[in-house]
Write a protein that binds this ligand. Structure first.
Ligand SMILES: C[S@@+](CC[C@H](N)C(=O)[O-])C[C@H]1O[C@@H](n2cnc3c(N)ncnc32)[C@H](O)[C@@H]1O
Length: 214
């Protein structure tokens, strides 16, 4: 399995910060709305996986579903364990998910893929997320062509410290997703050109007709 900072950096202190002050409430709300809007395109569905769930930011948005929450960090999971209405909370690794093929109708993975260090690991993770889905996979990725990304690049250069967050162009990202067996249905960003974070709803290549176009 690949080693990268995000796999081990979420200890108790980082988790507490993530759960309380990490997000501007407006940004958080905007992200939840986008995720909810894309997930609505998959209705009707009842089973869902949120991986990594972190402190349950997105898990909490789907308590009307039979939702399973998974993360590698026990510290992050403590915040989800106290949440009412989550079907199951598990510690595990996205590179090797402890579920049979096609367990969930929707698989969600928010603010994770940009932490992965190389394309091989990205493809392995997407393949694993696709494997446990019977229909759709909703993920985020960081897009190269965004002012936020340029700003981060300049900051890193000035500090002479390489960053751990990797952005990719849509053509590169969608090609890796295609190799993982995923076809895009719809793609959204809260501020295209400025924000580097994009949300993409994929369907498994073998499932029915798309309800939208990317
Ligand atoms: C930025 S947080 C995102 C959490 C949540 N999806 C959200 O949007 O708030 C990244 C999470 O990825 C988890 N993580 C990193 N590598 C992982 C892996 N290989 N398997 C499962 N979780 C992992 C971390 O523990 C952390 O909780």
């Amino acid at each position: 399995m690949a080693d990268y900072p995000a796999r081990s950096k979420y200890d108790d202190a980082v988790a507490e910060n993530y759960a309380t002050v990490r997000f501007d409430p407006k940004v958080d709300l905007r992200e939840r709305k986008i995720v909810r809007g894309l997930a609505n395109l998959c209705e009707p569905f009842t089973t869902m996986l949120d991986a990594p769930c972190g402190t349950g930011r997105m898990t909490g948005e789907f308590l009307d579903k039979r939702i399973t929450a998974l993360d590698v960090s026990a510290s992050m999971l403590k915040h989800v364990q106290s949440m009412q209405g989550v079907h199951s909370v598990l510690q595990g690794d996205i590179e090797k998910l402890p579920f049979p093929d096609g367990t969930f109708q929707l698989v969600l993975s928010v603010r994770f893929l940009h932490h992965l260090p190389d394309e091989g690991t990205l493809e392995r993770c997407l393949t694993e997320l696709a494997r446990v889905s019977s229909g759709h996979v909703l993920v985020t990725y960081f897009d190269t062509f965004a002012l936020q990304n340029l700003r981060r690049w300049f900051k890193q250069r000035r500090r002479k410290r390489p960053g751990h967050r990797l952005s990719r162009s849509w053509s590169t990202f969608s090609e890796i997703a295609r190799r993982a067996g995923l076809e895009p249905v719809k793609r959204r960003c809260s501020a295209p050109g400025f924000s580097e974070q994009w949300f993409v709803l994929f369907r498994k290549a073998s499932t029915g007709a798309p309800k939208g176009t990317a």
